[in-house]
Design a protein around this ligand. Structure first.
Ligand SMILES: Cc1cc2nc3c(=O)[nH]c(=O)nc-3n(C[C@H](O)[C@H](O)[C@H](O)COP(=O)(O)O)c2cc1C
Length: 331
């Protein structure tokens, strides 16, 4: 897939996820093989009001390239201003969110709300393209609901307005995050446009991902929730693509080791207190699939400093390793 200066054969892309794909988590996924990263969505209204916290979401490191900054909003002027501000950060792409299903966002006509007002979507996209020097990409859904799917026409309109790649979360806004994604739209979109088309939605296992890539003819794969409790998904999928073999699942020790690495990054980039507090939402992911962890997970919530947390995590990993060695795992 060619996108600006980026040329990667069927890239595995970390999906933008608010409150999840911040800088530390993006680095974790990058180190485990994610080819392209996106920031969390950044509110264009907040950016043009010079809200500091909003602007911070655009910050990234060189290690993360290629990276796209994702902006959202329904006001064309604000989106154009946000595009200029994103451009100044020198990302590899600027992405427009036209798929967020959250009530507050769509009520303001932003995110998937743009699917209800295609002329507004077109004006915003054209405005963003004119206000950045970077390739513009769009992430959207199949349609507002199953009675109003017009994704093929939308894709053509986006391409005519200068969009250079399109990610499709293969659900409608009405489906939210549940129900089966319908990947069968991808070949129809591919037949209608020249730009790369990236598939997204419930892609969680290497063999399933390979099947969807082969059947849909997509140019790239975007993984969201599948990376939260298994950031190894990128490495595992690449291995499967190359060898047709499944890698072993991450061990308890690997899970805890990665959680500790993430904690150190969170503290490095956010400071100790904020880093430690924000790590709380990631414990469930790292401890996913490990038996009898509820008490341990809850016990981690009492700490406000990094070192005691690292110590507890190390003790947990060592104890589980000893149990396995002694043939008495806590299953
Ligand atoms: C916690 C969470 C936050 C999300 N935030 C964003 C966001 O900021 N921008 C966006 O385009 N999509 C967002 N999404 C949607 C994901 O990018 C993705 O399209 C969706 O989760 C489906 O992919 P998956 O099944 O691989 O998770 C979010 C999803 C989740 C679960």
């Amino acid at each position: 897939m060619m996108l600006g200066n980026t040329s990667i054969d069927c890239p595995l892309i970390l999906a933008p996820m608010e409150d999840v794909t911040d800088l530390p988590f993006r680095l974790i996924c990058k180190r485990l093989g994610a080819d392209i990263l996106f920031t969390e969505f950044v509110n264009s209204d907040g950016l043009v009001r010079n809200n500091k916290k909003t602007a911070q979401k655009m910050y990234f490191t060189e290690e993360e390239r290629p990276l796209g900054i994702q902006i959202y909003g329904s006001n064309q002027e604000a989106m154009e201003g946000a595009a200029r501000m994103a451009d100044e950060m020198n990302p590899d792409f600027v992405d427009i969110n036209a798929g967020c299903w959250v009530k507050d966002v769509v009520a303001r006509g932003a995110g998937a709300g743009l699917l209800k007002d295609i002329p507004r979507m077109e004006a915003i996209v054209a405005g963003v393209v004119k206000n950045t020097t970077k390739p513009v990409t769009v992430k959207t859904r199949l349609g507002w609901d199953d009675k109003s799917i017009q994704i093929v026409e939308v894709a053509k309109m986006l391409e005519q307005n200068g969009v250079q790649a399109l990610t499709i979360h293969c659900r409608t806004r009405g489906q939210g995050h549940s129900g089966d994604p319908d990947y069968s739209w991808i070949p129809l979109i591919k037949a209608a446009v020249k730009m790369p088309v990236i598939v997204n939605g419930s892609l969680v296992e290497p063999a399933q991902i390979k099947r969807v890539v082969d059947e849909s003819g997509c140019d790239g794969v975007m993984i969201g929730r599948g990376a939260i409790d298994n950031p190894w998904i990128f490495r595992q999928t690449k291995h499967y693509f190359q060898t047709g073999e499944l890698m072993p699942e991450a061990t308890v020790q690997e899970r805890i080791g990665l959680c500790m690495e993430h904690m150190r990054l969170a503290v490095e980039y956010k400071g100790e207190r904020r880093g430690v507090l924000e790590m709380r939402k990631h414990y469930a992911g790292y401890l996913h699939g490990i038996p009898n962890v509820v008490k341990f997970r809850i016990s981690l919530m009492q700490y406000l400093e990094m070192n005691p947390l690292l110590e507890q995590l190390q003790i947990f990993a060592d104890t589980r390793a000893q149990e396995v060695a002694a043939g008495t795992p806590a299953v």
